[in-house]
Ligand binder design. Structure first.
Ligand SMILES: [Zn+2]
Ligand SMILES: [Zn+2]
Length: 272
Protein backbone atom coordinates (compact mmCIF):
# COMPACT_ATOMS: atom_id res chain seq x y z
CA UNK A 1 0.00 0.00 0.00
CA UNK A 2 1.41 3.36 -0.99
CA UNK A 3 1.82 6.19 1.59
CA UNK A 4 -1.02 8.08 -0.12
CA UNK A 5 -3.30 5.04 0.14
CA UNK A 6 -2.34 4.56 3.80
CA UNK A 7 -3.20 8.20 4.50
CA UNK A 8 -6.52 7.84 2.67
CA UNK A 9 -7.38 4.72 4.64
CA UNK A 10 -6.38 6.50 7.85
CA UNK A 11 -8.64 9.47 7.07
CA UNK A 12 -11.51 7.15 6.14
CA UNK A 13 -10.93 5.25 9.37
CA UNK A 14 -11.27 8.43 11.42
CA UNK A 15 -14.31 9.76 9.58
CA UNK A 16 -16.05 6.42 9.01
CA UNK A 17 -14.59 4.14 11.65
CA UNK A 18 -15.34 0.47 11.05
CA UNK A 19 -17.61 -1.44 13.38
CA UNK A 20 -15.89 -4.46 14.84
CA UNK A 21 -17.96 -7.55 13.94
CA UNK A 22 -16.73 -9.25 17.10
CA UNK A 23 -17.85 -6.81 19.80
CA UNK A 24 -19.85 -4.27 17.73
CA UNK A 25 -17.47 -1.65 19.04
CA UNK A 26 -15.61 0.81 16.91
CA UNK A 27 -12.49 -0.47 15.22
CA UNK A 28 -10.47 2.72 14.81
CA UNK A 29 -7.78 1.21 12.71
CA UNK A 30 -9.47 -0.66 9.91
CA UNK A 31 -6.90 -2.54 7.96
CA UNK A 32 -6.67 -6.11 6.82
CA UNK A 33 -8.75 -7.15 9.84
CA UNK A 34 -12.12 -5.49 10.48
CA UNK A 35 -11.94 -6.65 14.10
CA UNK A 36 -10.66 -4.44 16.87
CA UNK A 37 -7.38 -5.32 18.55
CA UNK A 38 -9.05 -7.10 21.48
CA UNK A 39 -11.19 -9.25 19.19
CA UNK A 40 -8.25 -10.04 16.91
CA UNK A 41 -6.40 -11.41 19.94
CA UNK A 42 -9.52 -13.30 21.06
CA UNK A 43 -9.83 -14.81 17.58
CA UNK A 44 -6.22 -15.99 17.68
CA UNK A 45 -7.10 -18.26 20.62
CA UNK A 46 -9.27 -20.43 18.33
CA UNK A 47 -6.69 -20.52 15.56
CA UNK A 48 -4.08 -23.14 16.30
CA UNK A 49 -1.79 -24.96 13.89
CA UNK A 50 -2.04 -28.08 16.05
CA UNK A 51 -4.69 -30.04 14.20
CA UNK A 52 -4.84 -33.22 12.18
CA UNK A 53 -4.43 -32.61 8.43
CA UNK A 54 -6.77 -35.52 7.71
CA UNK A 55 -9.73 -35.12 10.06
CA UNK A 56 -9.15 -31.51 11.23
CA UNK A 57 -9.56 -32.44 14.89
CA UNK A 58 -7.39 -30.78 17.50
CA UNK A 59 -4.23 -32.74 18.12
CA UNK A 60 -1.42 -32.36 20.62
CA UNK A 61 2.14 -31.78 19.39
CA UNK A 62 3.05 -35.41 20.04
CA UNK A 63 -0.23 -36.95 18.85
CA UNK A 64 0.35 -36.60 15.14
CA UNK A 65 2.03 -39.57 13.52
CA UNK A 66 2.73 -39.03 9.85
CA UNK A 67 0.15 -36.26 10.06
CA UNK A 68 -2.53 -38.69 11.24
CA UNK A 69 -3.99 -38.28 14.69
CA UNK A 70 -5.05 -41.27 16.82
CA UNK A 71 -8.72 -40.71 15.92
CA UNK A 72 -8.28 -41.24 12.19
CA UNK A 73 -5.08 -43.27 11.96
CA UNK A 74 -6.85 -46.44 10.86
CA UNK A 75 -9.61 -44.86 8.80
CA UNK A 76 -10.09 -44.77 5.03
CA UNK A 77 -9.27 -41.37 3.67
CA UNK A 78 -10.95 -39.72 0.69
CA UNK A 79 -9.49 -36.22 0.79
CA UNK A 80 -6.00 -35.60 -0.54
CA UNK A 81 -5.39 -32.92 2.08
CA UNK A 82 -7.18 -30.52 4.35
CA UNK A 83 -6.68 -27.19 6.08
CA UNK A 84 -8.78 -25.45 8.68
CA UNK A 85 -8.74 -22.00 10.17
CA UNK A 86 -9.54 -22.91 13.76
CA UNK A 87 -11.74 -24.51 16.37
CA UNK A 88 -15.45 -23.80 16.40
CA UNK A 89 -15.46 -21.90 19.64
CA UNK A 90 -15.18 -18.39 21.03
CA UNK A 91 -15.20 -15.48 18.66
CA UNK A 92 -14.56 -17.57 15.55
CA UNK A 93 -17.81 -19.47 16.23
CA UNK A 94 -19.64 -16.18 16.90
CA UNK A 95 -18.47 -14.72 13.59
CA UNK A 96 -19.49 -17.82 11.66
CA UNK A 97 -22.92 -17.90 13.33
CA UNK A 98 -23.46 -14.25 12.46
CA UNK A 99 -22.30 -14.81 8.90
CA UNK A 100 -24.59 -17.81 8.42
CA UNK A 101 -27.70 -16.91 10.29
CA UNK A 102 -27.90 -13.26 11.18
CA UNK A 103 -27.47 -11.52 7.89
CA UNK A 104 -23.84 -10.48 8.33
CA UNK A 105 -22.99 -11.52 4.79
CA UNK A 106 -20.41 -8.76 4.63
CA UNK A 107 -18.22 -10.97 6.81
CA UNK A 108 -17.55 -13.09 3.73
CA UNK A 109 -14.43 -11.11 2.82
CA UNK A 110 -12.93 -11.38 6.30
CA UNK A 111 -13.77 -15.05 6.85
CA UNK A 112 -12.62 -15.67 3.27
CA UNK A 113 -9.30 -14.03 4.04
CA UNK A 114 -8.79 -16.37 7.00
CA UNK A 115 -9.56 -19.33 4.75
CA UNK A 116 -7.30 -18.02 1.98
CA UNK A 117 -4.40 -17.70 4.41
CA UNK A 118 -4.95 -21.29 5.57
CA UNK A 119 -4.99 -22.58 1.98
CA UNK A 120 -1.95 -20.51 0.99
CA UNK A 121 0.01 -22.17 3.81
CA UNK A 122 -0.73 -25.70 2.58
CA UNK A 123 1.91 -27.70 0.74
CA UNK A 124 -0.62 -28.36 -2.05
CA UNK A 125 -1.71 -24.73 -2.53
CA UNK A 126 0.22 -24.31 -5.79
CA UNK A 127 -1.53 -27.34 -7.33
CA UNK A 128 -5.03 -25.92 -6.98
CA UNK A 129 -6.97 -25.00 -10.08
CA UNK A 130 -10.48 -24.42 -8.76
CA UNK A 131 -12.56 -23.93 -5.61
CA UNK A 132 -15.74 -25.93 -5.17
CA UNK A 133 -18.28 -24.81 -2.54
CA UNK A 134 -20.21 -27.51 -0.71
CA UNK A 135 -23.82 -27.20 -1.95
CA UNK A 136 -26.85 -26.50 0.20
CA UNK A 137 -30.35 -27.69 -0.70
CA UNK A 138 -32.30 -24.95 -2.49
CA UNK A 139 -34.83 -24.86 0.33
CA UNK A 140 -32.12 -23.79 2.80
CA UNK A 141 -30.72 -21.22 0.41
CA UNK A 142 -34.20 -19.79 -0.08
CA UNK A 143 -34.83 -19.66 3.66
CA UNK A 144 -31.52 -17.96 4.34
CA UNK A 145 -31.63 -15.81 1.27
CA UNK A 146 -28.07 -16.67 0.38
CA UNK A 147 -25.59 -19.51 0.14
CA UNK A 148 -22.85 -19.18 2.77
CA UNK A 149 -20.28 -21.54 1.26
CA UNK A 150 -20.85 -20.00 -2.18
CA UNK A 151 -20.10 -16.54 -0.78
CA UNK A 152 -17.05 -17.85 1.06
CA UNK A 153 -15.76 -19.59 -2.07
CA UNK A 154 -16.23 -16.35 -4.04
CA UNK A 155 -14.22 -14.42 -1.45
CA UNK A 156 -11.42 -16.99 -1.47
CA UNK A 157 -11.50 -17.12 -5.27
CA UNK A 158 -11.00 -13.36 -5.46
CA UNK A 159 -8.15 -13.44 -2.98
CA UNK A 160 -6.31 -16.46 -4.39
CA UNK A 161 -7.18 -15.64 -8.00
CA UNK A 162 -8.69 -19.05 -8.62
CA UNK A 163 -12.02 -19.78 -10.29
CA UNK A 164 -15.03 -20.89 -8.27
CA UNK A 165 -16.55 -23.85 -10.06
CA UNK A 166 -19.89 -25.30 -8.91
CA UNK A 167 -18.91 -28.86 -9.67
CA UNK A 168 -21.35 -30.27 -7.14
CA UNK A 169 -25.13 -29.95 -6.99
CA UNK A 170 -27.59 -31.09 -4.35
CA UNK A 171 -29.79 -33.98 -5.48
CA UNK A 172 -32.31 -33.60 -2.69
CA UNK A 173 -33.02 -31.93 0.62
CA UNK A 174 -31.26 -33.29 3.68
CA UNK A 175 -32.14 -32.58 7.28
CA UNK A 176 -29.98 -30.37 9.43
CA UNK A 177 -27.22 -32.34 11.09
CA UNK A 178 -27.70 -30.79 14.48
CA UNK A 179 -28.24 -33.39 17.23
CA UNK A 180 -27.48 -36.32 14.95
CA UNK A 181 -25.02 -39.02 15.80
CA UNK A 182 -22.04 -39.62 13.48
CA UNK A 183 -23.77 -42.65 11.95
CA UNK A 184 -26.99 -40.71 11.42
CA UNK A 185 -25.02 -37.89 9.79
CA UNK A 186 -23.38 -40.26 7.34
CA UNK A 187 -26.72 -41.78 6.42
CA UNK A 188 -28.37 -38.36 6.24
CA UNK A 189 -26.04 -37.14 3.49
CA UNK A 190 -25.46 -40.39 1.62
CA UNK A 191 -26.00 -39.78 -2.09
CA UNK A 192 -27.11 -36.15 -1.68
CA UNK A 193 -24.63 -34.76 -4.20
CA UNK A 194 -24.12 -35.23 -7.89
CA UNK A 195 -21.13 -34.10 -9.92
CA UNK A 196 -21.92 -31.67 -12.74
CA UNK A 197 -18.84 -32.69 -14.74
CA UNK A 198 -16.46 -35.55 -14.97
CA UNK A 199 -12.72 -35.38 -14.41
CA UNK A 200 -10.66 -35.36 -17.55
CA UNK A 201 -7.35 -37.08 -18.18
CA UNK A 202 -5.67 -33.95 -16.87
CA UNK A 203 -7.38 -34.41 -13.51
CA UNK A 204 -7.33 -30.86 -12.10
CA UNK A 205 -6.75 -30.40 -8.39
CA UNK A 206 -9.76 -28.87 -6.64
CA UNK A 207 -10.46 -27.64 -3.14
CA UNK A 208 -13.82 -28.01 -1.42
CA UNK A 209 -14.89 -25.01 0.64
CA UNK A 210 -16.91 -25.58 3.81
CA UNK A 211 -17.75 -23.36 6.76
CA UNK A 212 -18.21 -25.70 9.73
CA UNK A 213 -17.49 -29.38 10.04
CA UNK A 214 -18.28 -31.70 12.93
CA UNK A 215 -17.84 -35.31 11.89
CA UNK A 216 -16.94 -34.47 8.31
CA UNK A 217 -19.81 -36.53 6.89
CA UNK A 218 -20.90 -33.82 4.43
CA UNK A 219 -17.43 -33.03 3.17
CA UNK A 220 -16.61 -36.71 2.97
CA UNK A 221 -19.70 -37.38 0.87
CA UNK A 222 -18.70 -34.50 -1.43
CA UNK A 223 -15.21 -35.96 -1.81
CA UNK A 224 -16.66 -39.40 -2.55
CA UNK A 225 -18.93 -37.96 -5.26
CA UNK A 226 -16.07 -36.10 -6.93
CA UNK A 227 -13.75 -39.10 -6.80
CA UNK A 228 -16.41 -41.25 -8.41
CA UNK A 229 -16.65 -38.59 -11.13
CA UNK A 230 -12.95 -38.93 -11.86
CA UNK A 231 -11.36 -36.21 -9.73
CA UNK A 232 -8.53 -37.77 -7.80
CA UNK A 233 -6.98 -34.70 -6.21
CA UNK A 234 -9.68 -33.38 -3.92
CA UNK A 235 -8.58 -31.11 -1.10
CA UNK A 236 -10.71 -29.28 1.44
CA UNK A 237 -10.60 -26.02 3.38
CA UNK A 238 -12.88 -25.46 6.34
CA UNK A 239 -13.34 -22.46 8.54
CA UNK A 240 -13.88 -24.28 11.80
CA UNK A 241 -14.01 -27.75 13.27
CA UNK A 242 -16.24 -28.52 16.24
CA UNK A 243 -15.15 -30.92 18.92
CA UNK A 244 -17.58 -33.46 17.50
CA UNK A 245 -19.45 -36.18 19.32
CA UNK A 246 -16.72 -38.77 18.87
CA UNK A 247 -13.74 -36.61 18.25
CA UNK A 248 -14.91 -36.94 14.68
CA UNK A 249 -13.25 -38.31 11.61
CA UNK A 250 -13.47 -37.46 7.95
CA UNK A 251 -13.23 -41.10 7.13
CA UNK A 252 -15.36 -43.46 5.12
CA UNK A 253 -15.71 -46.72 7.02
CA UNK A 254 -16.23 -49.79 4.86
CA UNK A 255 -19.31 -50.77 6.84
CA UNK A 256 -21.51 -48.63 9.08
CA UNK A 257 -20.11 -48.69 12.58
CA UNK A 258 -22.47 -49.51 15.45
CA UNK A 259 -23.98 -46.44 16.97
CA UNK A 260 -22.24 -45.58 20.14
CA UNK A 261 -23.50 -43.84 23.17
CA UNK A 262 -21.83 -40.57 23.95
CA UNK A 263 -22.31 -36.88 24.24
CA UNK A 264 -24.51 -35.31 21.59
CA UNK A 265 -23.24 -32.78 19.08
CA UNK A 266 -23.16 -29.23 20.37
CA UNK A 267 -26.39 -27.32 19.76
CA UNK A 268 -26.92 -24.68 17.11
CA UNK A 269 -24.21 -25.92 14.78
CA UNK A 270 -25.56 -26.43 11.31
CA UNK A 271 -22.88 -28.08 9.24
CA UNK A 272 -25.00 -28.62 6.18
ZN1 LIG B 1 -13.98 -6.02 18.83
ZN1 LIG C 1 -7.14 -37.11 12.45
Amino acid sequence: MSPAQKMWHGVCGMVFPGICPGCQGVAYEPGSSPCCEVCTQELARSVTPLYCRRCAADAGPFELTHLRCPRCRNETWLLSGLVRVGRYDGLLADLIRRFKTRGWQQLDAYLGSLLSAAIAGAAWADELEALVPIPSPWQRRWWRGFWPTGLLADAVARQLKLPRVDLLAARRYWARQVAQTPVQRRENVRGVFRARARGTDRRPAICLVEDVCTTGSTINEAARTLRQAGFDRVYAAILARTGGPDGGTLSAPAAPAPERAGPQPPPAVDTA
